[in-house]
Every structure is written in structure tokens, then in C-alpha cells.
Design a protein around this ligand. Structure first.
Ligand code: ADP
Ligand code: MG
Length: 243
């Protein structure tokens, strides 16, 4: 029997907002503008997923799909230090893949499914940072929006299937940009890029924004069927996401 588990974000506030952390057998999407902490949250989860947690969770390996070339082993070393974990062991438990275009990103998910099948029960977290970046490049014209949404929908279905079949938490990031005017309607501009396709596939959507100048950030649950639309503050430190 598959036992659902939750992974800590590194921030108690944020974990509380999420009902205990990001959940397995579902997709959590963090969206926000540049520098709101999406990649730092991804890195922190890479480490916390390896640590024992609530309800008998023992920790496991992580698959990281990087589309923007922002994966930083040095950041992981610093986060490992914060939790008194061996840096090398932490890095060895993270399988890294760089996606070069949207088609490649999809193919990588096929390989991930094979890998998760071969090493059954070993992987606990799949990260895609960021989910939309390559789609924006590959489908940039107005006439291609429908195609892009269809491909994106297929990818989200694949991610959902992987999360359920292998009982892993899927964490995806999505950058909001204002450079999209002309492609999306004004109404859509205020919402995360990806529109309804992402909204339906993601179980939990987390809107991130900066709070003032420093390292403080605010997270808000967005449009969740079963969580309150409340907010939590967290900070980004050398040791990753924290309170
Ligand atoms: P996003 O992926 O949403 O564009 P990031 O996750 O890359 O944003 O967050 C970038 C922010 O993280 C920086 O503005 C900085 O405040 C913080 N940050 C990055 N590295 C460190 C570090 N080593 N120590 C403290 N804060 C850091
Ligand atoms: Mg980023």
C-alpha cells in the first residue's frame, strides 16, 4: 500500500501553510517573478527529501530536471551543512538532468519513469525547475499557443501519473513574466503563464512574492480546493529556505 508523505520546505511557516509540507502523489507548483525563491526552494527540497520526516518517512533520492541552468551544487552543500548532513552523500542522492528543449524535457520524463520503475521506492521527489521556460521558447508565436497548451497538458498528465504510480512528490516552478503581452490576454497576464492547463493539473499552487527589500518572501496558497487561501512568510538564507 502506498503511504502518502510530506516533504518539509525548510520553513515551518510554509510547511504549516501547505498542511505539513509538499505532498507525495501530487504536484505542487510554485510560481512567482524572478528572484522570488523558486529555485532556492527547489534546492532546499533536494536536501529535506533525504531526511526522515513525519509518519515514518525515511527519506529518499531526488530527480532534478533543470531547464534554466540554475542548479547549483554549492548551494546544496551549504544547505546540507545547515542540516548537519554529509555534503557528498547529499549530492550523490540527487540525479540531475538538463533539458535543452520542450521535446527533450518530455523525453526526460519518460526516462525518469523508467528509472523510478527500476529503482522502485528509492526516489521520493521529482523537481522540474522551471516547467514553462523551454515551452515559451519553442512555442513563441500567437498561433502556437494552442499547440503549446496541448503539449503542456500532456506533460502535466505525465507528471501526475509519475507522482501517483511511484508515490513521489512532484515540485514544479513557473516564472511569471510580463514579456508575454500580445500573446496572452490582459486577464491572463495577472495569472501564472500556462493558463488553465497548469491550473487543473497542479494539485497545490503556491504564489511567491518578495516582501520588501531583504531576503523575506511571502507565499500564498492559490486556488486550492482543500486549503485555505492564507499566507506565510519565509526567508532565504545560505542554508536554504528557513523561517
Ligand atoms: P527564482 O528561482 O524565483 O528566480 P531564486 O530561487 O533563484 O529565485 O532566488 C534568488 C534569491 O535567493 C536571491 O535574490 C537571494 O535573495 C537568494 N539567495 C540566493 N543565494 C543565496 C545565498 N547563498 N544566501 C542567501 N540568499 C541567497
Ligand atoms: Mg529560478
Amino acid at each position: 500500500r502506498k503511504q502518502v508523505f510530506r516533504l518539509s520546505t525548510g520553513s515551518c511557516n510554509l510547511d504549516r501553510l501547505l498542511g505539513g509540507g509538499i505532498e507525495s502523489m501530487s504536484i505542487t507548483e510554485a510560481f512567482g517573478e524572478f528572484r522570488t525563491g523558486k529555485t532556492q526552494l527547489s534546492h532546499t527540497l533536494c536536501v529535506t527529501a533525504q531526511m526522515p520526516g513525519a509518519n515514518g518517512y525515511l527519506g529518499g533520492k531526488v530527480m532534478f530536471i533543470d531547464t534554466e541552468h540554475t542548479f547549483r551544487p554549492d548551494r546544496l552543500r551549504a544547505i546540507a551543512d545547515r542540516f548537519n548532513l554529509d555534503q557528498t552523500a547529499v549530492l550523490e542522492n540527487i540525479l540531475y538532468a538538463r533539458a535543452y528543449n520542450s521535446e527533450h524535457q518530455f523525453e526526460l520524463l519518460e526516462s525518469v519513469a523508467v528509472k523510478f520503475h527500476e529503482e522502485a521506492g528509492i526516489f521520493k521527489l521529482l523537481i522540474v525547475d522551471s516547467i514553462m521556460a523551454l515551452f515559451r521558447v519553442d512555442y513563441c508565436g500567437r498561433g502556437e499557443l494552442a499547440d503549446r497548451q496541448q503539449k503542456l497538458g500532456q506533460m502535466m498528465s505525465k507528471l501526475q501519473k509519475i507522482s501517483e504510480e511511484f508515490n513521489v512528490a512532484v515540485f514544479v516552478t513557473n516564472q511569471i513574466t510580463s514579456s508575454f503581452s500580445g500573446i496572452l490576454s490582459e486577464d491572463q497576464l495577472s495569472k501564472p503563464v500556462g493558463g488553465n492547463v497548469l491550473a487543473h493539473a497542479s494539485t497545490t499552487r503556491l504564489a511567491l512574492r518578495k516582501a520588501g527589500v531583504g531576503n523575506k518572501r511571502i507565499a500564498k496558497i492559490y486556488d486550492s480546493p482543500d486549503l485555505e487561501e492564507s499566507e506565510a512568510t519565509f526567508v532565504i538564507t545560505t542554508g536554504g529556505v528557513d523561517d
